[in-house]
Design a protein around this ligand. Structure first.
Ligand SMILES: Cc1cc2nc3c(=O)[nH]c(=O)nc-3n(C[C@H](O)[C@H](O)[C@H](O)COP(=O)(O)OP(=O)(O)OC[C@H]3O[C@@H](n4cnc5c(N)ncnc54)[C@H](O)[C@@H]3O)c2cc1C
Length: 468
């Protein structure tokens, strides 16, 4: 085993607490990966006074959740619009700890404006009544569906209220489509309500996605406090929301943050972790390591002999699902909503970034169009994606006809999240592993949730708590 060499800590001029690490440094805990699960683990451990070093291969922290300033317009662009729910308790705690909770706008209760190509617009909402009346009243007022279909929506609520181990077993063998068909949800109900919600929650088409994970997400959102179902909209880019405050928090507590530091191997001896090997820099020793990298990256850094050992032997069964984000700037404002779901569109959800970020004074508009579960569209050209998105926008906003598209960007996240099927749900690993001292975190581990920010943060907190 070689010596650990000096690595480059993240330069944060405004935080002098940042120290240079010395050759041979040891840490209580090493975290591999600086996405939200890694940052959450670091925040949790730093709060307890542990000596922690975090290694991130890329030039920035935040992982699959980042933003940058677009040179042409000066607007902050996210790699994909992220939306949170009131039920994201771990995420809200994380944001409170790093001091950015106030940068979310809270809507109180769920409100989903939807555009239907034949029937026009309607809002699906949860009304501020006591449970379960809030669901009943909201569903019965949803005018895109027939009276019969509205009443049938309530069967889904009733099913969730009967939650028990038997129901979990049943759901774990069904796709979302099979589950909803079994509850006699009509084609129109699936098209107007369930598809727009499911595709964005699961990032997978309902014919493939696990009913158990979806039902659990619905239960958390709809059967808890009313505010649990409400959307929480960021008023800043996601780097400012999730990363900048975390860097400050961690550096003030002397956590070492290393960027452009690719971990090439996890060192294991006698079934116990001994440290990590970092590209071009040798060994960094620690008895506790939290791996927070995605499943496809973990495979590359595990000792080969462990690739056939549980839980790692299952990594090859995971698959990814893409998200495409189309960022569009028009010469004038025409979208009065902050966000809207486009039924049957290529684009499923459209976000009005200037409005969300309180930049109403700007004359131009900046819209972010999202296609989740995008296997069928991810290989289209930028021109085709922009053309389809603009067509969807013209249909939903006839007043946009004369608006001129002045700038566009397409961001394709081909491995946006793991694909949440029932088969894979059984194989998601827990935080503790068969290697002593090695813990796992990340949105793809066994969080009980689809791949979300909440799952990532929860898994990071959980792994950190297991480290004694
Ligand atoms: C476009 C898009 C839209 C999304 N929308 C939503 C949404 O609306 N709501 C929601 O809740 N969630 C959403 N998500 C999901 C959410 O972003 C992820 O679940 C979350 O960011 C995952 O965090 P993570 O820490 O588990 O993984 P990651 O963010 O992937 O972090 C892992 C880190 O490990 C690093 N790494 C990998 N290998 C190595 C190595 N060998 N050495 C060192 N570092 C390494 C990577 O560079 C990365 O920074 C969206 C995701 C995308 C891509």
């Amino acid at each position: 085993m070689g010596e650990a060499t000096t690595l480059r800590p993240l330069a944060l001029a405004s935080h002098p607490a940042s120290r240079i690490s010395h050759p041979g440094s040891n840490y209580d805990v090493i975290i591999i990966g600086g996405g939200l699960s890694g940052l959450a683990a670091a925040v949790e451990l730093a709060s307890r006074g542990a000596s922690v070093a975090l290694f991130e291969q890329s030039q920035r922290l935040g992982g699959r959740c980042y933003s940058y300033v677009d040179e042409k317009t000066g607007d902050v662009v996210d790699n994909g619009q992220h939306v949170l729910l009131g039920a994201y308790r771990n995420t809200l705690r994380y944001l409170s700890l790093i001091g950015t909770r106030n940068l979310l706008k809270e809507e109180g209760t769920l409100r989903l404006p939807l555009y239907h190509p034949e029937k026009g617009r309607a809002v699906f909402r949860i009304l501020p009544f006591p449970k379960p009346l809030h669901l009943t009243a909201g569903a019965l007022k949803f005018k895109l569906l027939s009276w019969y279909d509205r009443k049938k929506l309530l069967d889904v609520g009733l099913e969730l209220m009967r939650w028990n181990p038997g129901l979990e077993r049943k759901l774990s063998s069904l796709t979302i489509t099979e589950w909803l068909e079994g509850l006699h949800q009509s084609d129109e109900a699936r098209r107007c309500v369930w598809f727009p919600i499911a595709i964005s929650v699961m990032n997978e088409v309902p014919e493939r996605a696990s009913a158990l994970l979806f039902a659990r997400s619905l239960k958390q959102a709809f059967l808890g406090k009313q505010s649990d179902s409400a959307l929480l909209l960021p008023t800043v880019g996601q780097t400012e929301l999730y990363v900048t405050g975390a860097e400050k928090f961690l550096q003030e507590r002397e956590v070492k943050l290393f960027i452009t530091a690719e971990v090439q191997a996890i060192e294991v001896m006698n079934a116990s972790v001994g440290g990590i090997r970092v590209q071009g820099r040798g060994l960094v020793r620690a008895e506790k390591v939290i791996g927070t990298v995605p499943y496809y990256a973990l495979e590359k850094i595990l000792p080969r002999e462990y690739l056939n050992v549980e839980p790692f032997a299952h990594l090859r069964h995971f698959d990814s699902s893409p998200i495409v984000s189309i960022h569009l700037w028009f010469d004038r404002e025409f979208m009065e909503d902050e966000y809207i779901g486009l039924i049957d569109g290529t684009v499923q959800w459209l976000f009005n970034r200037h409005r969300m970020m309180n930049k109403k004074g700007k004359k131009t508009s900046y819209l972010s169009a999202v296609i989740s579960g995008a296997r069928g569209t991810v290989d289209l050209t930028k021109e085709e994606l922009v053309r389809r998105a603009v067509n969807d926008i013209h249909a939903a906003y006839p007043n946009s006809g004369s608006a001129i598209l002045v700038h566009s960007l397409v961001i394709k996240e081909k491995r946006a999240t793991f694909s949440p099927t029932n088969e894979v749900e059984q194989l998601r690993p827990s935080a503790e592993t068969s290697i002593e001292g090695l813990y796992l975190a990340g949105d793809w581990t066994a969080t009980g949730l689809p791949a979300t920010i909440e799952g990532a943060v929860l898994s990071g907190f959980r792994a950190a708590k297991l480290v004694r």
